[in-house]
Design a protein around this ligand. Structure first.
Ligand SMILES: Nc1nc2c(ncn2[C@@H]2O[C@H](COP(=O)(O)OP(=O)(O)OP(=O)(O)O)[C@@H](O)[C@H]2O)c(=O)[nH]1
Ligand code: SF4
Ligand SMILES: [Mg+2]
Length: 390
């Protein structure tokens, strides 16, 4: 399950960092009377009573009037895309000075996305209420000095938290008692001594659903197939073609990234977007978008494997001049119009909210969007062969 991302927005010095520290019960963010103390988003994973696993996100204060301010404001705006609940601080002082954060319409006018139908719920907090200044009746009074309002804020957050019924990654692809074979390469890209998150999530889910799971690597695939006849094979998408060739044509096959794409994004849009691969020419421009920053290695799927397959599919036999840009973490471009296709990563550590917001931006810009798993299946000619969870 995605952690709930709760982000705190508001003017500089309004008490955002203090409120996060109070909720977390520890010093997550630096607090000081100097406006502009928080300059970049700070994230803290934590369990909150009534809410469960969350990520609290502190942001740089808006409207500090400095040249650096606009860059900070951009980074703060980027956070909006991954926000499940927005807590907006208003202070009596900011109101007196006619600060633009004073009205509930703030997000609709000041920050894009928040005026859209799938905007996250917003809780307005009147901070520093211990100072005894006039507070607007539409904001919840909170003080990190006296503790007033902290409990009420937690209750309010639990009320507005998006409630999602549990959705299985494997959907209707499995039933209790099924035998599922998981093909998980442990190459140089795999982290030392552990499995990657999608593999752990699927494995745990299969156990929860009463299935029998057998894990193997591409090297031990034949020996695993000699022992069991799986009802479903789930493979790492990088070895799709190899696994497809090794198993009977009628044996159901899917991949970890296809399962994640279905759970995190919009699978129909991704499948539709993959058809744009057929229309790419050497003059096309493709954006590879990664939801996190990680140190790429020589076998990196987004930077090495997919670009190589794309170039080979666009212009076999030549080096090709297809332009491929990479955007990692929050650096998703504001202007998507120059792109002919966006290929998004599996978003294993990102929220559904973030992926959906990027899909929306792509569609608004008229740019097809797909994801790693679907693109790899398409590039290996087996998109029609794989099972898509519903
Ligand atoms: N009286 C009172 N002071 C507070 C309260 N919360 C924060 N402060 C003070 O307000 C100042 C700013 O607090 P921060 O938490 O750093 O504010 P911020 O919104 O994170 O500020 P920036 O990072 O600069 O945007 C500090 O001096 C805090 O001690 C409160 O509830 N009551
Ligand atoms: S969030 Fe995306 S880029 Fe980061 S590890 Fe997961 S799939 Fe890879
Ligand atoms: Mg701060």
């Amino acid at each position: 399950m995605d952690r709930l991302h709760i982000a705190f927005f508001g003017p500089v010095n309004s008490g955002k960092s203090s409120l996060i520290n109070a909720l977390a019960g520890q010093e997550v963010s630096l607090v000081s009377p100097i406006p502009g103390t928080t300059t970049d988003p700070v994230r803290k994973a934590i369990e909150l009573p009534g809410l469960g696993p969350c990520v609290l996100i502190d942001t740089a204060g808006l409207d500090d009037g400095s040249l650096l301010g606009s860059e900070r404001e951009r980074r703060t705006r980027d956070i909006v895309d991954e926000t499940d609940i927005a807590v907006v601080l208003v202070t009596p002082v900011s109101q007196k000075h006619g600060h633009r954060c004073q009205k509930p319409g703030f997000f609709a006018s000041g920050v894009p996305n928040f005026g859209t139908p799938d905007a996250p719920p917003v809780i307005y907090v009147s901070s520093k209420c211990d100072l005894g200044e006039d507070a607007p009746e539409w904001a919840l009074p909170v003080s990190t000095v006296t503790g007033e309002g902290i409990g009420a804020l937690l209750e309010r957050m639990a009320e507005v938290a998006p409630k999602e019924e549990q959705k299985w990654l494997t959907g209707k692809l499995v039933k209790p008692g099924d035998c599922v074979l998981l093909v998980m390469p442990q190459d140089s890209e795999a982290p030392k001594g552990r499995l990657i998150l999608p593999q752990v999530q699927v494995l745990r889910e299969l156990l929860d659903r009463g299935c029998n799971a057998l894990c193997c690597t591409p090297e031990s695939l034949q020996s695993a197939l000699g022992k069991v006849t799986p009802d479903l094979v789930i493979t790492d998408s990088q070895v799709f073609a190899l696994v497809n060739a090794a198993i009977p044509a009628e044996m159901p096959l899917t991949s970890f990234s296809v399962l994640l794409a279905a759970a995190k994004g919009d699978i129909a849009t991704f499948v539709e977007g993959a058809s744009a691969i057929d229309r790419l020419t050497p003059n096309s421009r493709v954006l590879i978008a990664e939801a996190c920053t990680h140190v790429p290695d020589s076998e990196d799927i987004g930077r090495v494997k997919i670009p190589a397959l794309l170039r080979a599919s666009v212009d076999p036999g030549s080096t090709g001049s297809l332009t491929i840009d990479i955007a990692a973490g929050n650096d998703f471009p504001e202007d998507l119009a120059p792109y002919d296709l966006i290929i998004h990563c599996g978003a294993c550590v990102a929220t559904k909210t973030l992926v959906r917001s990027r899909i929306r931006k792509a569609l608004l810009a008229g740019v097809p969007i797909t994801n790693y798993g679907i693109a790899l299946a398409k590039l290996q000619g087996i998109l029609d062969r794989i099972q898509i969870p519903r």
